[in-house]
Design a protein around this ligand. Structure first.
Ligand code: DC
Length: 226
């Protein structure tokens, strides 16, 4: 069985940081599945496609397929492109963040993304982060984590990230956006955010990324190298 690690959790729960570092430490590539949904939302906004219009989104996806390409010299992460373009930091802009949950709620969009994600996993080991990795994408993954953190902590972390990237921070708006995304992601009809019954749940409130990583490495690292 290939080394597949599934990491799920709500927005700004710290998944990305720990997933990327864990992948590096295990020498396996990292796939941020949220970036795939964000890439489609980004192109939808650019092309004037309504996030609520599933058929139009599917036509866009057919015209401009999403690819996951090894991005670093050490092969430690996949870079997401759409129609051959790398959206870069635009994926994390406020417009994309506000539109992405609606895009990710469509069953056909999800089917296409999940198919692509499973192909990547079939090709070899991967640390995959998202909302439905342990439940839907890789239900047989030998390692599953569900990361949570309090809303206050998640707002503070996202604010610090934005400040570090020299982007404007509006705390009230940030909190509203996170709450809205939590609600949409957790209540959608298809593949709602929830922990797989066999996932190890980690509450990262008050814990540093290094502490969370150490916990995960304890569970994965030793067995992976046994
Ligand atoms: O992890 P993120 O915040 O970059 O994810 C962006 C959005 O994509 C999020 O609102 C929910 C959706 N998403 C999803 O539905 N399934 C995934 N596997 C990953 C992300």
């Amino acid at each position: 069985m290939a080394l597949h690690v599934a990491i799920d959790g709500p927005a700004a729960s710290g998944k990305t940081t720990v997933a990327r570092t864990l992948a590096r430490r295990l020498s396996v590539p990292y796939l941020d599945t949220g970036a795939m949904y964000r890439a489609l939302a980004w192109r939808a906004l650019e092309t004037g496609t309504q996030p609520a219009d599933e058929a139009a989104l599917m036509r866009l996806l057919t015209r401009e397929p999403i690819e996951a390409l090894p991005s670093h010299a050490d092969g430690s992460a996949f870079c997401i492109t759409i129609g051959g373009r790398d959206p870069g930091a635009a994926l994390y802009g406020p417009d994309v963040s506000a539109a992405v949950s609606a895009v990710a709620a469509h069953p056909n969009v999800r089917r296409a993304m999940v198919e692509r994600q499973r192909e990547i996993a079939a090709a070899g080991p991967v640390v995959m982060a998202g909302r439905d990795i342990g439940t839907i994408v890789l239900p047989a993954a030998p390692f599953k984590f569900f990361l949570t953190a309090s809303l206050d902590e998640r707002v503070a972390r996202r604010a610090a990230e934005l400040a570090a990237a020299r982007q404007a921070v509006d705390i009230v708006e940030l909190r509203r956006n996170l709450e809205r995304r939590d609600r949409l992601d957790a209540t959608r009809a298809v593949a709602p955010l929830r922990a797989a019954p066999d996932a190890v749940q980690i509450d990262s409130t008050g814990r540093s990324a290094a502490e969370v990583l150490a916990l995960m490495l304890e569970l994965v690292g030793q067995e992976a190298h046994r």
